[in-house]
Ligand binder design. Structure first.
Ligand code: ZN
Length: 408
């Protein structure tokens, strides 16, 4: 299993200058490699593989200092990135996706990646050689440790937690609020536990989530909170002369605010996912398999749905479950809020979003609509686990007329 650790990087002004020049070089290399693939295909119908390009890079490095004065590991990972972009494009073509997303030329690159090589190290006790991967961090015992960057030297890094596992890859990224270092580590897989307690989770815009135990989590609405600030910053930017000094300043301010909102959201989602599995002590969590891309087409709800970012929340849930040996499942979302969790009868009328109470006309159950949906999600997962089709579907297929009679 791979784990990525994120830390703040603190390069000096001189180091920053070097990093920016490296960004420019990697951008040129990326565009050159992309162009090479295009031209080989256009003129000779020949596809170029990643290994061809890496071999070509070796020739270039031997021929000119323009290439050899830059770190080879970074250049190789740029080629890998071009290759990945092409592979994704080919996959989308095979799947017949609507948007193929042909790899495009880049106007700028904002991150540098390199994988860590293995070195031969002599074992003093036995006298034998073994291959050890170089460690990217030099510990200083002070507030800041040092990150080893090829060809540059060491830059300051603020490590708020210890690395776990074997570091394999490093990415240095420039964002609106500064530099970040991402270190990918290989950690041993966790053995999944035998689930003893499970909970269904219904996500919404009113409350962020409701569990099948009836507990709710407030929706923090970070975007809505910052919306007035963002509107003002957008207006400021639109009033500046394009690409003037003041325009760049306004652009930075806007990007910073947007980054703050994104970080707040990520923090909330990660903590909520952790809370579900650990504080509430559920071994298995079940949620709906929502298709957010279709839901945001409703322009009245688009902002609220994007702000809640359920997709990212589910991703975090599945990741936390994988890391800590728990379980996370997603079930089909159809009619979860229309069905009674007590008698499994489906109401023919769809509840409006403003109606918060579910009232079953068949058995008289009155329950909060989200709580009812969460129970339904849990039932559905339990049925799936037993290999059954959900009760409502069984009921509908068995006797559709009966249902009509019941509700008319
Ligand atoms: Zn009922």
């Amino acid at each position: 299993m791979k784990m990525t650790f994120k830390f703040r990087g603190k390069p000096t002004k001189t180091e920053e200058r070097w990093l920016f020049s490296e960004f420019r070089h990697q951008k040129q290399l990326q565009n050159y490699m992309l162009q090479m693939r295009h031209q080989m295909w256009d003129y000779g119908r020949k596809s170029v593989s990643m290994y061809d390009q890496i071999n070509h890079l070796k020739d270039l490095r031997a021929a000119t200092s323009h290439y050899s004065e830059h770190p080879q590991d970074m250049q190789v990972s740029t080629i890998k990135r071009v290759n990945a972009a092409h592979e994704h494009f080919q996959r989308r073509c095979r799947e017949g996706a609507e948007k193929k997303g042909y790899p495009r030329y880049k106007s700028s690159v904002r991150s540098l990646s390199w994988s860590l090589r293995k070195h031969k190290v002599k074992d003093k006790a036995t006298g034998t050689f073994r291959r050890v991967r170089q460690h990217p961090i030099r510990e200083t015992g002070t507030r800041y440790n040092r990150l080893k960057v090829p060809k540059l030297g060491e830059i300051k890094i603020r490590m708020h937690r210890r690395l776990i596992g074997d570091p394999k890859e490093v990415t240095l990224k420039k964002t609106a609020r500064g530099w970040y270092v991402f270190i990918v580590c290989e950690v041993p897989d966790t053995v999944p536990c035998v689930p003893k307690s499970a909970c269904g989770v219904d996500v919404g815009t009113h409350t962020f989530l409701t569990t099948s135990a009836g507990e709710t989590e407030e929706n923090p609405r970070f975007y809505r909170q910052a919306e007035r600030k963002l509107v003002k910053l957008h207006r400021d930017l639109s009033r500046k002369t394009y690409q003037s000094k003041r325009w760049y300043k306004a652009k930075d301010a806007l990007a910073k605010q947007a980054d703050i909102v994104a970080c707040q959201r990520l923090d909330f989602l990660a903590k909520t996912a952790y809370k579900l599995f650990h504080h509430k002590d559920f071994d298995a969590v079940v949620a709906e398999k929502l298709k957010s891309s279709n839901m945001v087409k409703n322009r009245h709800l688009a902002k609220s749905i994007s702000d809640a970012s359920w997709g990212m929340f589910f991703e975090w849930c599945s990741w936390v479950a994988k890391r800590d040996g728990k379980h996370f499942h997603q079930v089909p979302p159809h009619h979860t809020s229309q069905t009674c969790s007590e008698c499994c009868q489906k109401s023919p009328v769809k509840l409006k979003l403003s109606e918060r109470l579910f009232h079953c006309k068949s058995c008289g159950l009155k329950l909060d609509r989200d709580h009812n949906a969460a129970l339904n999600i849990l039932h559905r997962a339990a049925c799936a686990l037993r290999g059954e089709v959900w009760d409502t579907i069984l009921y509908e297929t068995r006797n559709p007329l009966l249902q009509q009679a019941c509700w008319s």
